[in-house]
Design a protein around this ligand. Structure first.
Ligand code: UD1
Length: 310
């Protein structure tokens, strides 16, 4: 990425700010960051914004005018999105606008500036509930929320635009990403950041459902690794699971975090959330074989980094 022109959307967000920091170390010629700070935080990238090679565009990713000032581009990393399943049920139009119109805005930009690769965040939510675990990319897709549906549409647009307009893209079906900088102050945030925050403050915790739902928790540094591998690959159209390859139930997660934080309370169990998936386990062989992805953190190692003991 040295000497290249790069755009990161959602660059002030959880995954985005980690990616931006990694890209800056590679000495790009120009780094554009689009983020309307709806869930991202300017403080995440305060030190980056001041650099001469960085242009921060504090605008909505779904507006064509947002990208008008960008005139030269090699790579797009498109991460801006509504990322919460429950929020997507409450706000299907906002989800549609941000996630689908935002994506098409990126496709038009990629076409106009002849971008080498569009790397974007899809989600394991495209799978919905599956019988076969771990889930391979070839599984029949069955999204169960407006969020999952929006990501499936991104993938289908990416496929079509590769055929119609020669736009090369790699979509990443992120499983449950965690790590430093994931907000804990919203009920829509990731479960690890919420549990960790509440345990550290001694506040009560709710588990939705029986706690036996399983997830593949993948550390954010590994997700950044996957995104960069995708940009540098020769793949013209790709879709890959991004996980750790290991699963944990919510009850197990609760116990691990409880021990780490010396929390003493028991959780309260509540009705499962609408659209919540019971089993989500990633088969990561495809990305390992095709992109040489090699996750470096399991849950415990990631948590140790998160709480600053690694
Ligand atoms: C998450 C991501 C989504 C990603 C998907 C891929 C977030 C906010 N969502 O969705 O972007 O595409 O993984 O797999 O990062 N839970 C509780 N108590 C709480 C909060 C959550 O029991 O206080 C439960 C939920 O009901 C769910 C599990 O924890 O069963 C995980 O929830 P969450 O972290 O919101 O992630 P997903 O819905 O899996």
């Amino acid at each position: 990425l040295k000497g290249k022109h790069i755009l990161v959307t959602g660059g002030a967000g959880f995954i985005g700010h980690h990616l931006v920091k990694t890209i800056i170390r590679e000495k790009p010629a120009k780094l554009y960051i689009i983020d309307n700070l709806s869930t991202g935080l300017q403080s995440n990238i305060e030190d980056i914004i001041g650099l001469p090679e960085v242009a921060f565009i504090n605008e909505d990713v779904a507006k064509p005018s947002t990208v008008e000032s960008i005139t030269d581009l090699d790579y797009i990393f498109h991460l801006a999105a509504v990322v919460s399943v429950p929020k997507s049920f409450e706000m299907p139009f906002l989800t549609h606008r941000t996630n689908e119109s935002g994506f098409i805005n990126m496709l038009e930009l990629a076409r106009k500036l002849k971008v080498k690769k569009l790397c974007y965040a899809s989600s394991s939510a495209v799978y919905g509930e599956q019988m076969q675990m771990p889930i391979q990319e070839t599984a029949t897709l069955n999204p169960q929320s407006p969020y999952g549906l929006s990501k499936l549409l991104n993938e289908q647009y990416a496929k079509a635009f590769q055929e119609w307009e020669d736009i090369e893209s790699v979509g990443f079906r992120f499983f449950n990403v965690f790590g430093p900088g994931q907000r804990a102050d919203s009920p829509y945030s990731g479960v690890i950041s919420i549990f960790m925050d509440r345990m550290q403050k001694g506040e009560p915790i709710q588990i939705f459902g029986d706690g036996e739902q399983i997830r593949d928790f993948v550390f954010v540094d590994d997700v950044v690794q996957a995104l960069l591998l995708g940009a540098q690959s020769e793949i013209t159209f790709g879709l890959y699971n991004v996980g750790s390859g290991q699963t944990t139930s919510l009850n197990e997660l609760y116990d691990v975090l409880k021990n780490l934080t010396k929390y003493s309370n028991d959780p309260t169990y509540q009705e499962a959330r609408k659209g919540d998936i019971k089993k989500s386990a990633a088969d990561i062989n495809l990305i390992k074989n095709q992109l040489n992805y090699n996750p470096k953190f399991n849950l415990k190692e990631g948590l140790a980094k998160l709480i600053g003991t690694a």
